[in-house]
Design a protein around this ligand. Structure first.
Ligand SMILES: [Zn+2]
Length: 119
C-alpha cells in the first residue's frame, strides 16, 4: 500500500474535521433522547418496555458515536504528528481507499482483521 500524497492527506483531513463536527452534533442532539425515561408515569407495561428498549438503543448508539469521535480525535492528532495514515500496529501505510471510507481507521485492513479475531 502506498503512503498518502499531500493532496490525499489534505482531503482526508477535511473529512475528519467534518466527521468530528457531525459526531459532536449527533452527541449533543442525542443527549436529550437518551436521558433516563421517567417510569413513574402510568404509561402501561408494554410502552414502558418500548421506552426502555429505545433508551438502551439510544445509549448504544451514543457509545458508538463517542468511540468514533475518540478515533477521529486520535487521527487528527496523528496528522499533527505527521503519523497519520500509518497503521498503529504494524506501521505500514493504511492506504488511501480504506481511509477514504473510514478516515479515522487507526489500523490497516490486515491488522484490523487480526484484532477482531483476537477479541
Ligand atoms: Zn497494520
Amino acid at each position: 500500500m502506498d503512503a498518502l500524497s499531500a493532496a490525499q492527506l489534505q482531503e482526508l483531513r477535511v473529512n475528519l474535521l467534518r466527521l468530528h463536527d457531525d459526531l459532536e452534533q449527533l452527541l449533543t442532539d442525542s443527549a436529550a433522547s437518551s436521558r433516563t425515561v421517567t417510569l413513574d408515569q402510568p404509561i402501561g407495561r408494554l410502552s414502558r418496555m418500548d421506552a426502555l428498549q429505545q433508551q438502551a438503543m439510544a445509549k448504544a448508539n451514543r457509545a458508538a458515536s463517542q468511540h468514533r469521535l475518540k478515533l477521529v480525535e486520535a487521527a487528527l492528532s496523528a496528522i499533527r504528528q505527521l503519523r497519520y495514515g500509518e497503521c498503529r500496529r504494524c506501521e505500514e501505510p493504511i492506504g488511501y481507499p480504506r481511509l477514504k471510507a473510514r478516515p479515522e481507521s487507526p489500523f490497516c485492513l490486515d491488522c484490523q482483521g487480526q484484532i477482531e479475531e483476537e477479541r
